[in-house]
Design a protein around this ligand. Structure first.
Ligand SMILES: [Zn+2]
Ligand SMILES: [Zn+2]
Length: 275
């Protein structure tokens, strides 16, 4: 988490009902170089990583800290209905891209059709596949810590959870002197500092079965549909309500993963499902 994300997260916690614009106004008092776009992007990244659901305990105001004990999810927003569709709102699909389930076969078939080696196809999809994998593991990690957001655990206990969620925690286990017990958030920062980011294990990761439930990025209810970029929404109403916040990151994903976007559209189109 970088400095700006940290600052946005702190303000989101201390001013839970504030908009990105209000957060920006609070921030520019100290950091006049920060743009509204950067604040929106940081907010969007934090939301995507579930940071608002698993905040560090010392940053929560007492009233919220008391309410957040245990595994209760954050309060859902009222479900929006009949929201006007903003221009450029992307497709919303019923679930993860069908081609992802058997990407090897799909890529092989496509490669044969267009005469491009499968390995080239895979390279073109590399960043998108990496992003999906990293989102899945982050959700797994926050799930493993649900209800233990405030608990101080030993480095070994953190190691077990991070490894189960598919992260390489081995370097932290070798740090001497051994770091003291800490909350998950500090363990995350420690891993980040020790390995310059969160490294995913190349092998041995077992995804949860059945898959973890997903929650709408707007109203926070459990849902299954997803935007072209992979963000989860209940329906077009929630997607439309969130579009102003979500647009920048969604367009960035779409621009960087054109092949994945067209495969997704094609594979849902072939199933006759486009909504
Ligand atoms: Zn929703
Ligand atoms: Zn999107």
């Amino acid at each position: 988490m970088d400095d700006l994300e940290q600052a946005v997260l702190s303000l989101r916690i201390s001013h839970p009902d504030s908009t990105a614009k209000q957060i920006h106004e609070l921030l520019v008092a100290d950091r006049p170089d920060i743009s509204l776009g950067q604040v929106k992007k940081a907010s969007s990244k934090l939301a995507k990583r579930g940071a608002y659901n698993a905040q560090p305990p010392d940053q929560k105001p007492p009233a919220q800290a008391a309410a957040s004990c245990g595994a209760s999810p954050p309060d859902a927003l009222p479900k929006p209905h009949n929201v006007r569709r903003p221009k450029g709102l992307p497709d919303l699909y019923p679930g993860p891209p069908p081609w992802l389930v058997d990407s090897e076969t799909v890529l092989g078939d496509m490669a044969a059709k267009v005469g491009t080696p499968p390995v080239m196809m895979k390279m073109a999809l590399g960043a998108y596949l990496h992003q999906r994998q990293s989102d899945e593991r982050w959700r797994h990690l926050t799930h493993l810590y649900r209800g233990q957001e405030k608990t101080c655990l030993s480095v070994e206990e953190h190691g077990t959870k991070f490894t189960q969620a598919g992260y390489d925690f081995s370097k932290v286990l070798r740090v001497r002197p051994r770091p003291p017990p800490c909350a998950w958030y500090e363990a995350h920062d420690l891993l980040h500092a020790t390995t310059s980011g969160l490294r995913m294990l190349k092998s041995g990761y077992v995804p949860p079965s059945p898959p973890l439930p997903r929650f709408c990025d707007y109203c926070k209810r459990q849902c299954t549909a997803e935007c072209r970029c992979g963000e989860a929404y209940c329906d077009k109403d929630c997607q439309a309500m969130d579009w102003q916040n979500h647009r920048e990151i969604c367009e960035t994903v779409a621009d960087n993963a054109e092949l994945a976007m067209s495969l997704t559209k094609q594979s849902w189109g072939a199933k006759g499902v486009l909504r």
